[in-house]
Design a protein around this ligand. Structure first.
Ligand SMILES: *Cc1c(COP(=O)(O)O)cnc(C)c1O
Length: 371
């Protein structure tokens, strides 16, 4: 049996009529960039996520650095983030011209460790950029308190955690901005590149609207800017998919509970932690195991497309930081441990019971062999 890591075409086939309908609406409208479909999707996304403003941009990386720029964070400023994240989080800090300060994660959740953040703060620190890694919210109440105490901005990198929530708190509640990526492998994905910035701050909204469109607030008027827009075809795809995101998240959670139950007796692996009261959206279902590379090969050989997220932490990449501004603050032992032991099992709403059972069976077989 083969179990793929993604269900992109299954998802498309399930709601083909809705997606095709929106694509054809855009094509017939004759308006493909910053047109009515983008406006419609921005309004829909802002409402769904309970934020005042939503600005569609070119991709999730741009969403991060445009947010930094809109907050006047750049050269000489330090931004604290995870050492264990997808590489783009750190790239975005460099694109904005700022210094990336990498700190360790919590050993249980793998999310950024608030104590490590506080220890890393200097008089150059301007922002904290926590990642909701694998789909579970970082400890935002503690991070917001630290930020307020030290006068720092918070930008949540929510590329992996869309539709998630904490225990008694919402994403973005006390942050300057929340960003996401709409690339297909994310929980809400389009058929190309896309990203978004959510904010409750009208200045951030207006600034990013200008920056993404050649610094242009009105025809023929420009200030320093860029080109980074979410196009209307992608907005149409996302608008159709948005209506299903809650159900899709619930399906992911359902599969996670099946894995939890099916694998609870395996002694050679650790299962992901779902904190009490948190809506973990399981962008990834990441287990930990000592013989990770062998286990990965075993699963791959059995037809299961397991992967690693991420087997090389940012500071472990060869040649890091390539002359860019970076500072490692404190020990990164937990991030390194995570890189060495993480293994992601297939996780998407369109999995079948048969596929999930097969993955469980093979993981158990592997576990038995570990003795
Ligand atoms: C995917 C991802 C990004 C980057 O998104 P792109 O749309 O590929 O630019 C940034 N941060 C995290 C945590 C991600 O997972």
């Amino acid at each position: 049996m083969k179990v793929g890591f993604y269900g992109h075409t299954r998802q498309y086939h399930n709601i083909k009529d809705e997606i095709d309908g929106n694509i054809s609406r855009v094509l017939e409208s004759g308006s493909y960039v910053t047109g009515p479909m983008l406006k419609e999707f921005e309004a829909q996304a802002a409402e769904y996520f309970g934020m005042k403003y939503a600005v569609g941009v070119g991709n999730g990386t741009d969403a991060l650095w445009l947010s930094l720029m809109a907050l006047n964070i750049g050269k000489g400023d330090e931004v604290i983030t995870n050492a264990n994240t997808f590489f783009a989080t750190v790239e975005a800090i460099w694109i904005a011209g700022a210094t990336a300060v990498l700190v360790d994660c919590d050993p249980v959740t793998k999310n950024i460790d608030p104590a490590a953040i506080e220890a890393a703060i200097t008089d150059k620190t301007k922002a904290i950029m926590p990642v909701h890694l694998y789909g579970q919210c970082a400890d935002m109440p503690t991070i917001w308190d630290i930020a307020e105490k030290h006068g720092l901005k918070v930008i949540e990198d929510n590329a992996q955690g869309i539709d998630g929530a904490g225990n008694g708190f919402k994403q973005g509640e006390r942050s300057a901005a929340v960003t996401t990526s709409y690339i297909i492998q994310k929980n809400l994905g389009c058929f190309g590149d896309g990203g978004m910035v959510f904010t409750n701050d009208v200045t951030v909204d207006e600034t990013i609207r200008k920056l993404r469109n050649h610094g242009s607030p009105a025809r023929n008027v420009h200030s320093a800017g860029f080109n980074s827009r979410l196009d209307d075809l992608q907005a149409g795809v996302l608008s159709a998919k948005m209506k299903h995101i809650t159900a899709w998240t619930d399906q992911r959670i359902g599969w996670a509970r099946k894995y939890d139950e099916g694998l609870k007796e395996c002694s050679s692996i650790k299962l992901p932690t779902n904190l009490e009261g948190y809506r973990h959206v399981y962008h990834l279902y990441v287990i930990e195991t000592a013989n990770r590379d062998e286990m990965l090969k075993f699963l791959n050989d059995a037809g299961i497309d397991a992967k690693t997220h991420y087997s090389i932490a940012v500071h472990q990449q060869e040649g890091f930081p390539w002359g860019r501004d970076a500072r490692i603050a404190g020990s990164l032992a937990n991030a390194e441990e995570n890189a060495a032991t993480c293994l992601s099992l297939p996780m998407y709403p369109e999995l079948t019971q048969e596929e999930v059972d097969y993955v469980i069976e093979k993981v158990k077989e592997w576990d038995t062999r570990q003795g």
